[in-house]
Design a protein. Structure first.
Length: 144
């Protein structure tokens, strides 16, 4: 994923300053970003895209499989680099989001579903909600 911009260029896509900035924002290893987070970050970097432009850009990046949408049940989408397959740990005390790689291969389950039900899984979402390490140290975790 080191050469996202070069790869886009080689496919004949125009690299606008906004597109370049968005890619570098996502590449900086940040948490999954919602539209408003992105807008704020872009503004702090001197970009003032209108709503349509930014949504169009995000749609483009998702269509090129550079980024992907995730839904953490907040009533808004978040966007992140689509460079590897992972899930998320969401702290319900401090809202921290951390990527996590599972040692279990869910593709095995998807094969089973296909064999048993004839249902072809094209994607899945699996996120974990709970209390992060630092919050539980602060005693923010109350078992019930
Ligand atoms: Zn998965
Ligand atoms: Zn936390």
């Amino acid at each position: 994923m080191q050469n996202i911009i070069q790869s886009l260029q080689s496919h004949g896509f125009r690299i606008t300053p906004l597109r370049q900035e968005l890619v570098s924002l996502f590449e900086s290893g940040c948490n999954p970003l919602a539209y408003d987070d992105l807008l704020q970050l872009l503004k702090s970097r001197g970009f003032t895209p209108n709503k349509t432009t930014l949504y169009r850009e995000l749609t483009f990046l998702c269509a090129q499989r550079i980024t992907q949408e995730i839904d953490l049940g907040e009533g808004k989408k978040r966007y992140e680099l689509a460079n590897d397959h992972h899930h998320h740990l969401v702290c319900t005390a401090c809202d921290a989001i951390e990527a996590v790689h599972l040692s279990t291969d869910i593709r095995f389950e998807e094969e089973k579903i296909k064999a048993e039900k004839g249902f072809v899984v094209t994607r899945h979402m699996l996120e974990f909600f709970g209390i992060c390490g630092s919050c539980s140290k602060k005693g923010l975790f109350h078992a019930n």
